[in-house]
Design a binder for this molecule. Structure first.
Ligand code: DGY
Length: 312
């Protein structure tokens, strides 16, 4: 039987789907990611790895695993934690779980858009202080969405699903997909014209700190930035400074530059709404992701091409 390491407890359906179909080594440690040393140790001799976005799969890990390793199946659509070129060089298949989390992640992007423009988390925190208050024309004013512009950076599956929801809010959508395609604009135009910017691009060396101090200066002072993609696309220190200086109105973040750490300067700001990487966190989507990752790893160890192969 093939040996498979799973680096985090998955939902029950997914664990059940693997049980009895491989020699399963399931990490059930504390909620933090599997410690690196333990990952290296437990990967040794495995035919398949089912990994999370927090596990770095690089040459060191592949050396520790050994030449029998056939597949790394990531429990997620993003795979910036995996050195795909190194895996490909060694003949290790890499797979991910696209499509099944598209709608849930787009919903979460909208939850953060609405929370940011209408100051939902701030209002909730305020009421819990027990301070006296009364309805008033000047109280906690937010920003209108109707008739405004939503800029999508990264117009893939999730970006397009987020854009589709904008119709219900009466918003115009622009994005930075291929020049010449409908509603596509240069990045600088998107930054200057958008009232809401929602990030859905993958993390690559080119997109790291795509949103930096210079970009924040070019955004509207009433604009909000939402990131449900990967934290390092945003320079968090620069974001905190832009919010503090009133260069932009608010930000909604599901992901963080040094995840799971959250930049202290952001925690101090009422204009930031933060949630702990919940984009795909619905019971239905996590079951679908888990089952997809299980299918990928079982296909890979059996010598079949996984349905969602990432290697070129
Ligand atoms: C992914 O799939 O890449 C998400 O970030 C985890 O939900």
């Amino acid at each position: 039987m093939a040996k498979v390491l799973v680096t985090r407890e998955m939902v029950d359906e997914a664990v059940r789907a693997l049980t009895g179909r491989c020699e399963l080594d399931l990490y059930t440690g504390p909620p933090e990611a599997i410690p690196r040393d333990e990952f290296l140790e437990r990967a040794a001799g495995k035919d398949g790895l089912l990994t999370m976005l927090s596990e770095r799969v690089d040459a060191e890990l592949l050396d520790a695993a050994g030449p029998q390793l056939r597949v790394v199946a990531n429990h997620g659509v993003g795979y910036d934690n995996i050195d795909v070129a190194e895996c490909t060089k060694r003949g290790v298949l890499v797979a991910n779980t696209p499509d099944v989390l598209t709608e849930a992640t787009a919903d979460l992007a909208w939850a953060l858009i609405l929370a940011s423009v209408r100051r939902i988390a701030e209002g909730d925190r305020f009421l819990r202080t027990g301070k006296p208050w009364i309805w008033g024309p000047r109280m906690m004013l937010g920003q209108e969405l109707h008739g405004r512009t939503l800029g999508i950076v990264g117009y893939g599956r999730i970006g397009r699903a987020t854009a589709r929801r904008a119709e219900g809010f009466g918003m115009r959508v622009i994005h930075t997909a291929r020049a010449g395609s409908a509603d596509s604009v240069p990045f600088g135009t998107l930054v200057a014209e958008s009232d809401v910017i929602s990030i859905h691009a993958p993390l690559t060396p080119e997109t790291r700190h795509l949103f930096d101090a210079d970009v924040f200066r070019r955004m509207k002072p009433t604009a909000v930035l939402v990131n449900t993609a990967r934290g390092p696309l945003v320079d968090e220190a620069a974001l905190a400074e832009a919010l503090r200086a009133g260069e932009i109105f608010a930000a909604g973040l599901d992901v963080f530059e040094r995840e799971p750490e959250v930049e202290k300067a952001l925690l101090a700001l009422d204009t930031v709404t933060i949630v702990p990487h919940l984009g795909s966190a619905t019971a239905q989507t996590r079951a679908a992701m888990g089952l997809f990752a299980v299918e990928n790893v079982l296909d890979g160890v059996a010598g079949h091409r996984p349905r969602a192969l990432v290697n070129p």
